[in-house]
Design a protein around this ligand. Structure first.
Ligand code: ZN
Ligand code: ZN
Length: 197
């Protein structure tokens, strides 16, 4: 048998000549100590692994809860999200324009006013030609001030687009995913507008 090369004890760092290749300790005491150390290391590893698994489990449970919470939200929740994003885009698009109905610039609040209402024409809810910046009084108290809205709208978008708007439109069967898509689309468009300005 070939004599093994000397090596350092893993515990005391002293040189020694091992009898077998798997001996890493100079004396039985250090052999025992090394065994304990190795066991402890193993235990720590197992503990760390368990901790990590627990953390991952918690994250997964949280995600699941989030998904479940969204799943029980009514469709109107997503409609509203999409409408909010769309309206914010309209207000930014028309930022430098006066109220579409009364032509005033004022300090008060502005809304995104639907020309054809979402009640009567829900299919035009997200039609960019159908919605324009409007002052709060016109939007809230004058039912959109429609008689003044009409001529200004034609002036703004032209007869052709106005005729298309007034034509008949199919009512899309928007699902949650559609509303989420519309919401994300207009959030992105709003951001792009703001980045340009
Ligand atoms: Zn030793
Ligand atoms: Zn107005």
């Amino acid at each position: 048998m070939q004599k093994l090369r000397r090596r350092r004890c893993k515990i005391c760092r002293e040189w020694f000549h091992p009898k077998y290749s798997n001996i890493w300790w100079c004396c039985p005491e250090h052999g025992a100590e090394l065994a304990i150390r190795r066991t402890n290391k193993e235990k720590e590893k197992v503990l760390a692994k368990r901790k990590k698994e627990q953390r991952e489990k918690e994250i997964k449970a949280k995600d699941k809860l989030k998904v479940r919470k969204l799943a029980v939200k009514p469709l109107s929740y997503f409609t509203k999200q999409a409408q909010t994003a769309f309206n914010a885009f309209i207000r930014e698009r028309d930022k430098d324009e006066p109220c579409i109905s009364c032509g005033r610039f004022h300090e008060g609040q502005y809304h995104a006013g639907h020309y054809r209402t979402t009640g009567a024409n829900p299919e035009l809810r997200f039609d960019e030609d159908n919605v324009h910046k409007q002052c709060a009084p016109c939007n809230n108290h004058l039912s959109g001030n429609i008689e003044n809205y009409t001529p200004r709208l034609i002036e703004k978008i032209g007869h052709e687009r106005f005729d298309r708007l007034m034509g008949s439109h199919e009512l899309p069967k928007w699902k949650r995913e559609d509303y989420e898509r519309i919401r994300d689309h207009y959030r992105k468009k709003l951001k792009e507008l703001k980045d340009v300005h």
